[in-house]
Design a protein around this ligand. Sequence first.
Ligand code: SAM
Length: 250
Amino acid sequence: MRSRPSIMTASRRAIATVFERLDYGALGTIYCDEGGDEFWKAKREHCRRLGAKLGLALLSRLKEGGTSLYVGAGVAEIPLVLLERLEKHRGVTACNLRREEVAILNRACDGLPVRFHHRDAGLVRGSYDHLWFVSVANDPERFPELSALSYGRANPVTFNARNFISEQRAVARLVNRCLGRLTIPGLVTTTVEEVVWIADWCHRRGVPYRIEDRTYPSPTVGDPICFVRVGSEMADVSAGRPKQGPTRPQ
Ligand SMILES: C[S@@+](CC[C@H](N)C(=O)[O-])C[C@H]1O[C@@H](n2cnc3c(N)ncnc32)[C@H](O)[C@@H]1O
């Protein structure tokens, strides 16, 4: 009988240590307009546990010694970034545009082989075999109109079409830059709401892709996360023959 994959004790400890060290008071004001303390009371364990579970699923799809680019790496991504480094010895570039959050994350990761960067992920050089793009294009703070539309909350009375178009261009540019550096075949981890950006990029370039059916809830906001095989031999979608992909759980 095959044993279930599990996390090494040292990795489990490293994840627990970082979650103990995080400054949840400061994170509360970054993540929430109000109720930050309650938010982290409810989410802290959730992020650690779900992140580790998702990390195991991710590790099984990644090769030893490869490289990953994380766009919008925050608290939820801590277990994943650590697992990639500690269990698969992979290079990880974890980017986030919130300067204060990056400082908090790096303080908590002191002494561990992980750094978060206050940097536009679209400007990172080099190539990688895995791109993490989770809850970025539907970030209500940075892309309010795109976010409203993606989540089905757009109000026809107040929707700002002009802003929407500039947000749409900004995300297309970011996706273009990030996917342009993905080695093919490669893996993309994203959400069901954002997978259209990946699919669109593949269609435009005639790159086959396959969206895996299984989804995992994102630890912070519960967006369903899925894996996309880009340019894989096993890809069952060719350009011009779109597949629906996973649907958002109701
Ligand atoms: C809604 S948050 C999601 C954070 C995390 N992935 C999660 O699920 O909790 C979006 C994050 O994407 C980051 N972001 C947006 N555009 C970015 C870019 N071009 N490069 C790096 N990070 C970016 C923002 O700074 C923010 O931290």
